[in-house]
Design a protein around this ligand. Structure first.
Ligand SMILES: Cc1cc2nc3c(=O)[nH]c(=O)nc-3n(C[C@H](O)[C@H](O)[C@H](O)COP(=O)(O)OP(=O)(O)OC[C@H]3O[C@@H](n4cnc5c(N)ncnc54)[C@H](O)[C@@H]3O)c2cc1C
Length: 409
């Protein structure tokens, strides 16, 4: 049995290496998911062997993996479940003492550090950047708090986090925390029992509209006044993109002023086909979109996630989640506008931003607004570009969300 497992694994490894050598392939070569590859990193390892089952874009299996990870899948009679996935609780939080340079207040990095310091895990999979480029992701297995801190802040590009899977096995690590976005975590969940781990903790972030590195450059150049000095940015709950620059200054650009006609093609096809915005398979999710402006949004999916959150509760200010406004007409109106690539003049965009910030959706309703807008857009994208995949690829909860709206052909 053991030989059987080892031999198939090493044959797979040998075949992968041999295949890459014989074809002289590089990382950018076509992958089994072809244009829909999100570059999660699985196919850079001998675990490519499992790609047909594991890849989020070849095999949509959210409900089955939810059952495996959380002991239950989404309750399709509960609207909160359609939107936010299986959860035990949601809350709004921020660190009392934020980590300078973190994307938000550094809850994610703090959880990683606590888990390492308390010996719950021996390593943390996270993403640093290359020495040459602050936005070029470099996945690592962090073994010290300094390594985790060096991974703080988003690298807003596709990141091959799972390319370190072979290192996990080779290093003999038994207790591991993986930090990642939805497509990475779906593939990880599919192969997790092959990694030889005693305990896996998964800390997820929501993720949407990710881009390859050249797409990011185009976004920065099209949207920011000083693209070369941007250190981070976020599509904020106040309907503006906030850019932070090297000198500490902040630049704000209203969503409605984005040059959608120019930016339409920068998003990765995988992200245009993704229906796992909220990272359904992580034990604990830390984002911002379900919380009011300035706060982070925390979703505890299972006992393991609660255990992780408990480690840092004394370092957090918290509030219950809230929800205000009605997103539905804004979403419905935005569907044809996005489809036609409508861009408002900047004065109108700013005005619209101010108005919608005053009366628009907040808290969980803002999260629903963002999920609805992206799922309707992505549904149309899959329908038009991959009609043969539509039925199997769109999960039942996403189908329910999309059905609330009238879509163009
Ligand atoms: C690509 C991306 C898109 C996101 N989109 C949304 C969104 O639409 N809505 C929302 O609510 N939240 C989103 N988030 C999450 C949010 O922006 C913050 O990352 C989250 O709230 C944690 O903030 P923090 O200060 O606690 O993180 P920090 O302490 O700064 O830690 C950030 C962590 O993110 C990891 N990371 C960085 N880049 C990547 C990457 N490319 N892939 C995987 N992991 C990475 C790092 O390893 C690091 O551990 C996104 C995150 C990423 C990485």
């Amino acid at each position: 049995m053991l030989w059987g497992r080892c031999s198939s694994k090493y044959i797979a490894k040998f075949m992968t290496v041999a295949h890459f050598k014989s074809k002289g392939l590089k990382r950018s070569s076509p992958r089994p998911a072809k244009a829909l590859c999100s570059d999660c990193g699985l196919c850079d390892t001998y675990y490519i062997h499992y790609v047909k089952e594991a890849c989020a874009f070849l095999n949509q299996q959210v409900a089955e993996l939810e059952q495996q990870a959380h002991g239950q899948s989404r309750d399709l009679d509960s609207e909160d479940d359609w939107y936010f996935g299986v959860h035990q609780q949601m809350l709004t939080a921020r660190k009392k003492d934020p980590i300078p340079g973190a994307q938000w207040t550094g809850i994610v990095s703090t959880i990683g550090i606590e888990m390492l310091n308390r010996g719950l895990v021996e390593g943390v999979v996270c993403v640093q950047n290359t020495p040459e480029d602050r936005f070029q992701p470099m996945p690592v297995i962090a073994r010290t708090p300094e390594d985790i801190l060096a991974a703080r802040v988003n690298k807003p590009t596709l990141s091959p986090n799972l390319s370190i899977l072979e290192q996990i096995e080779q290093s003999g690590l038994k207790r591991l925390l993986v930090i990642g976005v939805g497509c990475q975590i779906q593939a990880l969940r599919s192969v997790q029992d092959k990694l030889g781990l005693e305990k896996l903790y998964v800390l997820g972030t929501p993720c949407v509209d990710n881009v390859p590195r050249d797409g990011l450059q185009k976004f920065l150049e099209t949207t920011s006044k000083s693209p070369e000095t941007v250190v981070s940015y976020e599509f904020m709950q106040d309907f503006r993109v906030h850019f932070k620059h090297e000198d500490g200054s902040e630049e704000q650009v209203p969503f409605f002023g984005l040059k959608t006609d120019k930016l339409k093609n920068i998003f990765a096809p995988s992200c245009m086909s993704c229906f796992d915005y909220v990272n359904s398979l992580a034990d604990l999710v830390v984002g911002y979109m379900g919380s009011p402006y300035g706060w982070q949004w925390v979703v505890v999916r299972n006992e393991t996630g609660q255990e992780m959150l408990d480690l840092v509760m004394d370092q957090l200010k918290t509030q219950p989640v809230m929800s205000e406004g009605d997103r539905k007409s804004a979403v419905q109106n935005s569907i044809p506008a996005y489809d036609k690539g409508v861009t408002l003049p900047m004065w109108a965009a700013k005005l619209m931003g101010v108005v919608i910030d005053r009366i628009g959706p907040r808290g969980l309703e803002y999260a629903r607004f963002s999920i609805d807008s992206h799922f309707t857009r992505n549904y149309l994208y899959v329908k038009r570009n991959y009609p043969e995949k539509l039925e199997g690829h769109v999960p039942a909860y996403a189908q329910k969300i999309v059905e609330q709206y009238t879509l163009p052909d």
